[in-house]
Design a protein. Structure first.
Length: 116
């Protein structure tokens, strides 16, 4: 199982970024996917989840209305569009499959820094 996140970077407050995560080693289209983040000195927190075909989506209250999760099962890729970014969104972002048997697999993450 491999999870490769990309798209992070340094952005000013109010800016946007689009994160991508490409997965391999399991049947991507059969499982929901989530984005998590871990800020400096903080615990890892759930940001957004999307079901296997995208019909059910949930967001943390802190990102609702600003972030959009989506997926392309043909490309084994899940995305996180992040708009109106705030300094408190600064974190390493990880994608993670929701399947219980895949619970120990994590990618390297992608760093998002929101700063002027």
């Amino acid at each position: 199982v491999q999870l490769v996140e990309s798209g992070g970077g340094l952005v000013q407050p109010g800016g946007s970024l689009r994160l991508s995560c490409t997965a391999s080693g399991f049947t991507f289209s059969s499982y929901g996917m989530s984005w998590y983040r871990q800020g400096p000195g903080k615990e890892r927190e759930l940001v957004a989840t999307i079901s296997n075909v995208g019909g059910v989506i949930n967001y943390a209250d802190s990102v609702k209305g600003r972030f959009t999760i989506s997926r392309d099962n043909a490309k084994n890729t899940v995305y996180l569009q992040m708009n109106s970014l705030k300094p408190e969104d600064t974190a390493v972002y990880f994608c993670h499959p929701t399947a219980w048997y895949l619970r120990d697999y994590w990618g390297q993450g992608t760093q998002v820094t929101v700063s002027s």
